[in-house]
Design a protein. Structure first.
Lengths: 175, 785
């Protein structure tokens, strides 16, 4: 069984995992990171979106149902739990009523974080296109678009706001 | 003293959000119990087949597998799934078992089960189950299914006809005779395509049989109904069953269900004596959870040449699917009272025939019967406008109920208590820029532009607040329509509100806090709303049909009044005055004329807790309970206007401007109401443009994933401009009407009317839904050839 070492939300984990294990199932079932959810089985809904560092160490939004756990070996993962509770995107989603049932929300926010890093001042159309891979059945997306605008404005005015997953904390956990 | 700030009417940010935003949500799938096992279900690949043999022995012996079983193995104990709405005396009620025992009747029907230590092992072992199927003829086409000699979905029933239900206004005394002829007769057939509710959270259930009782976690809209039905159909003592709907990720009617999977998990947990969890994959949701809509509407409208409607005749053929869910037969009938919409029709007849087919069952989906009715009437009123040569808004004005005519007894036998269609329509027209867009449309038509502009109108009403129990009884529904609330006033003055409603995204924790805050004079943040657990919320009928506020909210008001009444006696005792001398304002009882002498509810609560100094004979508690059974429905209404651009070469449709003005009565929380409207409109637009569940000729679902069943993304939907008028309901003390389904009911005909309006000059008078570019292009091609 392959062994993986992954840093998730700042804590490092080393585990033996069946090769076929999806990253989302590793996060949920083995690490207890249940903030990240599964909404479909075809990579369409985006509910499982997390940030995963690419080979250059840049965090990118990925659908964790479309990544094998072994592909995350050596990488850093940020889930919704890395946002801490007071991230501008979280505050904006709350203040703009951008969630109802909240099931898509963790993935939607992680996609928004990724979008805003690439484009700190997106237009409506750019937000709608940028979040196209994340489905929401409750809101009609309108307040999500508003929230992303609000978060963008706040993050532009306070650029020191730390993006999640810039560097792992020192915690070291072996499961 | 400054006037207190009322909570009702404030855009309070939601209490629910904190856990949802941080990933600390209690979805059923997030819950793990000690000793818990996982279940996987083998499903039929055939739409109709006899089960010759189901062999689970190899699966049973696989690694990590605790047990495996077939329907035959649990035939005596698995119970049945009940239909709660046998709409006619002679309705055909098929036996509906959780696991198929002798025959499968739709693709995806559960056939066998594996219970294992982990989900992957359970799914792996499904492949070791051997099933011999003997395929049988498949019934899919609604009209063919009713024909002589059609193969049967249920061979023991001799017919595919489930029921025929008739409402005749003349017979009912609410209307006159249907005209034999008229100056204008418009006959149309509309098809309400099959839709999939598709809440983002899949259905999930855990059954824990430990300790001689059953604790069930389920992603359901109806924990109370589930508890009752599980007891009633399996013989399990009701008081030994506890159902918990933890955080539930959307429903839209799709979780207004008791499911085969819940019953199978119950059987499995009983077999192994340990907690068993089952969470469906999205593919399983699509193929086996209930679908919505799916009916054929034959509509005949009779009118005078001046556009005055003289009669409406509606005949429906509704697809039940293979089995009947809890309200399957009744869903189309919820529309029976709404085909007359906002209009004054002198004659009306409605007939609906339910038909079995080899597809997964239909049941409630957002709006349930009312979107279908609204679509038909709003589409056909446009046809009438064209026929008599007036603007579609003018045809509505000539027929609608004027605001001074309320309360109005409709031809369908309901009494609309209130409304102001003129005000909502005027406001919507102004916001849209109706006249300017009509001018632009005329220019584009004159220029023969490739991209044409259409304006679609939907002036809808709906019946909400399900429902007066007596009416439900008269309609042969198996339960009542009341709702319950109780209040616990804690010694420190904090308040627990327990509601029988079961929210799954609607924000009841916030809105109910606002109501209780005003009623009790307690701070918004000092109120906790408890729901969705039959051990704390003992009584309730749950959340569906835009009922929670209009019924459950009123129960809450009544429960608060009881607390206040009792606290008034205690305050009077403490203040040494007569209760009649006290006024309740600003959160306290004040002595009239001496306002500084006062007692708050919290002070009364502490007095009750110590019980040292209470009036003689009074029970030391402020807690209360109330149950509200509405005497009538509530009737939200509004006007939705859609301006759409249609490319006459490619068939592509772009919504340019969407305006809705809804009248949902008094509003508790404008932010939440606006969110409900946005989401409702999105689902209505989705029916008009994007979504359709499609079966092939063998009964395989071709749209079995989100890759094929195209629920819209942010990129697909327009900005929605929403506004309100406010005509309070007169039927309840809050003046509220309900908002959960309004957008979905209103939006679909607005969009399709816009598309057809754009294409009128070409001779197009209908485009079947969903109006994909191909469908639009074909509609144009047909008239051009």
């Amino acid at each position: 069984m392959p062994r993986v070492t992954v840093t998730v939300d700042g804590a490092r984990y080393t585990d033996d995992v069946p090769a076929r294990t999806l990253l989302v199932h590793y996060l949920r079932d083995q690490l207890g990171k249940v903030g990240t959810v599964v909404g479909c089985d075809t990579g369409n809904c985006g509910a499982c979106t997390v940030l995963l560092t690419d080979p250059d160490g840049v965090p990118r939004a990925v659908k964790s149902c479309s990544v094998l756990a072994v592909q995350a070996d050596g990488a850093q993962v940020s889930t919704v739990e890395s946002l801490g509770g007071d991230h501008p995107v979280q505050r904006a989603f709350h203040e703009q009523h951008a969630l109802q049932c909240g099931f898509c929300t963790p993935g939607m926010m992680m996609a928004a974080v990724d979008l805003l890093r690439d484009n700190p001042d997106p237009t409506d159309a750019e937000i709608r296109e940028g979040l196209e891979g994340n489905l929401c059945r409750c809101t009609g997306y309108q307040n999500i678009v508003r929230a992303v605008h609000a978060a963008a404005a706040e993050m532009r005015s306070a650029p020191t706001q730390e993006m999640p997953l810039v560097e792992a904390k020192s915690a070291e956990v072996t499961v | 003293m400054t006037a207190p700030v009322l909570e009702i009417g404030r855009s309070r940010l939601r209490k629910e959000d904190a856990r949802l935003l941080t990933g600390r949500t209690r979805w059923t799938e997030n819950i793990t119990l000690p000793g818990m096992l996982h279940m996987a279900i083998l499903r039929s690949p055939h739409a109709h087949a006899r089960l010759v043999n189901v062999d689970v022995s190899a699966a049973k012996n696989a690694d990590n597998v605790v047990t495996a079983f077939s329907g035959a193995d649990v035939a005596e104990t698995q119970g049945v799934l009940a239909c709660a709405w046998p709409v006619t005396e002679d309705i055909v009620l098929p036996t509906y078992t959780p696991l198929a025992v002798t025959e499968v009747r739709h693709v995806g029907e559960p056939v066998a089960v594996v219970v294992a230590r982990d989900r992957a092992s359970a799914v792996d072992a499904l492949e070791l189950i051997e099933v011999d199927y003997d395929p049988l003829p498949v019934v899919l086409h609604l009209e063919a299914a009713l024909g002589e000699g059609s193969p049967l979905v249920h061979s023991d029933k001799a017919t595919n006809r489930c029921y025929t239900w008739v409402f005749d206004a003349q017979a009912a005394g609410s209307g006159g005779a249907m005209p034999d002829a008229a100056e204008v007769v418009i006959k149309r057939r509309y098809v309400q395509q099959r839709l999939i509710p598709a809440s983002m959270e899949p259905r999930s259930v855990i059954v824990d049989p430990s300790g001689g009782e059953w604790t069930i976690y389920s992603a359901t809209q109806i924990p109370h109904v589930m508890r009752f039905l599980l007891a009633a159909t399996t013989g399990t003592p009701e008081h030994k069953i506890r159902v918990i709907a933890p955080d539930v990720g959307g429903g839209f009617g799709g979780k207004l269900a008791v499911t085969p999977e819940e019953w199978i998990a119950f059987a499995a947990a009983n077999l192994v004596g340990r907690p068993v969890k089952y969470t469906e994959s999205r593919a399983e949701t699509m193929v086996s959870a209930h679908h919505g809509r799916d009916l054929i509407q034959d509509v005949t409208l009779y009118a005078n040449r001046d556009g005055t409607v003289t009669g409406l005749d509606v005949k429906l053929i509704a697809n039940m699917g293979a089995y009947l869910g809890i309200v399957t037969p009744g869903v189309p009938l919820l529309g029976a009272f709404m085909y007359n919409g906002i209009y004054k029709f002198p004659a009306y007849r409605f007939e609906c025939t339910g038909v079995f087919t080899n597809t997964t069952k239909t049941d409630a989906y957002r709006g349930a019967g009312r979107p279908e009715a609204t679509y038909a009437i709003e589409r056909v009123m446009d046809e009438l406008a064209v026929e008599v040569g007036v603007d579609p808004l003018e045809i509505r004005r000539r027929n609608w109920i004027k605001h001074e005519e309320f309360p109005f007894a409709t031809v369908a036998g309901l009494t609309y208590d209130s409304g102001n269609y003129e005000a909502a329509t005027d406001k919507a027209m102004q916001i849209l820029g109706y006249d300017e867009l009509r001018d632009e449309q005329a220019t584009r038509r004159a220029n023969q532009d490739r991209v044409q502009l259409g304006i679609g109108i939907s002036t809808y009403t709906e019946m909400c607040g399900l429902a007066p129990s007596r009416i439900l009884g008269a309609l042969r529904y198996g339960a009542g329509g009341w709702e319950s609330a109780s209040i616990r006033v804690l010694p420190t003055g904090k308040v627990e509100v327990v509601t029988g409603t079961s929210p799954h995204g609607q924000g009841h924790e916030t809105a109910w806090s606002q109501i209780a805050a005003d009623q009790l004079g307690v701070a918004f943040d000092d109120i906790e709303v408890l729901h969705g657990d039959t051990r704390t919320s003992v009584k309730g009928l749950d959340t569906y049909g835009s009922r929670s506020l209009a019924v459950g909210g009123i129960a809450l008001v009544m429960a608060c009044a009881k607390v206040r009444d009792k606290a008034q006696k205690i305050a009077a005792h403490l203040l040494e005055c007569s209760p009649d001398d006290l006024e309740f304002s600003d959160g306290a009882f004040h002595v009239a004329g001496t306002p500084e002498a006062s007692k708050t509810i919290a002070e009364c609560s502490l007095a009750v807790f110590t019980a040292h100094n209470l009036p003689d004979g009074i029970e030391p508690t402020l807690d209360s309970e109330a149950t509200f059974d509405p005497s009538t429905f509530s009737f939200p209404h509004g006007t939705h206007l859609c301006a759409a651009e249609v490319d006459t070469e490619t068939g592509e449709v772009a919504i340019r401007r969407y305006v809705c003005v809804d009248d949902v009565g008094k509003v508790i929380n404008p932010l939440i109401v606006e969110g409900q409207v946005h989401g409702g409109v999105a689902q209505g637009i989705a029916q008009a443009l994007f979504e359709e569940a499609v079966y092939d000729a063998e009964g395989n679902l071709l749209t079995g994933s989100f890759a094929d069943y195209t629920i819209p993304s942010a990129f697909d939907l327009p900005e929605i401009i929403s506004d309100r008028t406010e005509t309070p309901a007169t039927s309840n003390p809050l003046g509220v009407k309900g908002v959960g389904e309004a957008g979905t009911i209103a939006a679909t005909p607005a969009v399709v009317n816009a598309i057809v309006d754009a294409l009128r000059p070409f001779g197009v008078n209908d485009v079947p839904m969903p109006c994909t570019p191909e469908r639009v292009w074909r509609a144009l091609s047909e008239v051009r050839s």
